[in-house]
Design a protein around this ligand. Structure first.
Ligand SMILES: [Zn+2]
Ligand SMILES: [Zn+2]
Length: 265
C-alpha cells in the first residue's frame, strides 16, 4: 500500500479465511494506521473466528491502538451496505470456514433524453435537473397545465459494476451461479495448472482451468487468476489453461497492477 501510494484511508477490511497468508498483513497495517494518528474507526469483517482475531489484534497492539477497532462476523448471504455499493459474502470450499465476496455497485439512473424533453415542451434549464432527480414537473397554468413525469424522459436504470472475489477455494461455480453471475471482474483461485489438477481438490484449491470454467458458467467479462503457487516460474501455463475454458480476457496480475473495469454500456 505504501509503494502504491494509495494511502491508508481504509475503513473496512474483509477477511476470507484464517490462513496466515490472508491475514498476517493486518497486524502491520493496523500498527501503521495507529502510528499515523488515525482516529476513525476500522471494521474488520470475516467468517467465524473474526472476534477472536480482532481480540488478539487489540492485545498485540496494546497501547498503540488509538482508534476504535470493530469486528463483524459474516456468514454466507450476509451483506454490508456502503455508500453506493454492497458487499455480500458467499461460502466457498476451503476445508474451513471460508468466504468469498461480491462487491456490487448500485444501479445508475438511466440516461436523460434531452430531445424527448424538448419535444414534450420542457424548456432547457432547471426543469431538466428536476426531472433527472426523479421529480415530476408541471408545465403551463390553468386549462393547459400538464405534468411531465421523469419516466417519460429517463431511460431505464443501468447496472453498476460487479466484482467477485473467491479467495481460496476448490471449484464452486455451480453453487455460486446466482450470486456471482455476470461479474465484470471474476477474481478466482488458480493455485494449480493442469499438470497438478489432482492436488487442487485434495488441498482445497482450484486449477486455472477450473477458474476459466467458472468464468464461462458465471458469464464473467474478465477473469483474474490469483494465488498461483510459487512452484511455477510464471503464470503462462495458468493463462493458457484458463483460456482453454474461457473465451474472454484472462489476467494474472502482479502486486500493484491496476485493472480498469469499464461499465457495460
Ligand atoms: Zn487458504
Ligand atoms: Zn492462501
Amino acid at each position: 500500500m505504501m509503494r502504491s501510494r494509495c494511502g491508508f484511508t481504509v475503513n473496512a477490511i474483509f477477511v476470507t479465511h484464517w490462513h496466515a497468508d490472508h491475514f498476517l498483513g493486518i497486524f502491520g497495517l493496523v500498527q501503521t494506521m495507529s502510528f499515523n494518528g488515525r482516529t476513525e474507526p476500522l471494521t474488520i469483517y470475516g467468517p467465524d473466528g473474526i472476534h477472536e482475531f480482532t481480540g488478539i489484534l487489540k492485545t498485540v497492539a496494546r497501547f498503540n491502538l488509538k482508534f476504535p477497532l470493530e469486528s463483524v462476523e459474516l456468514a454466507a448471504g450476509s451483506w454490508v451496505r456502503f455508500d453506493g455499493y454492497t458487499v455480500t459474502a458467499f461460502a466457498v470450499s476451503h476445508g474451513m470456514p471460508a468466504l468469498g465476496y461480491v462487491l456490487e455497485e448500485d444501479p445508475r439512473p438511466g440516461r436523460f433524453n434531452r430531445e424527448e424533453a424538448i419535444a414534450l415542451g420542457v424548456p432547457p434549464g432547471p426543469l431538466f435537473g428536476r426531472l433527472q432527480r426523479g421529480e415530476t414537473i408541471r408545465l403551463g397554468a390553468g386549462e393547459s397545465a400538464r405534468e411531465i413525469r421523469p419516466e417519460q424522459v429517463m431511460g431505464s436504470a443501468r447496472p453498476g459494476r460487479k466484482i467477485v472475489y473467491t479467495g481460496d477455494t476448490r471449484a464452486i461455480h455451480d453453487r455460486i451461479r446466482d450470486i456471482a453471475r455476470d461479474a465484470d471482474l471474476l477474481i478466482h483461485d488458480a493455485t494449480y495448472d493442469e499438470s497438478e489438477a489432482e492436488r487442487g481438490a485434495e488441498f482445497y484449491h482450484a486449477t486455472a482451468r477450473q477458474a476459466g470454467e467458472a468464468a464461462t458458467v458465471l458469464n464473467a467479462r474478465t477473469l483474474v487468476l490469483i494465488h498461483t503457487s510459487s512452484r511455477y516460474p510464471d503464470a503462462q501455463a495458468h493463462i493458457s489453461d484458463a483460456k482453454s475454458a474461457f473465451a474472454g480476457p484472462v489476467l494474472a496480475p502482479d502486486d500493484r497492477d491496476m485493472v480498469e473495469i469499464p461499465y457495460r454500456d
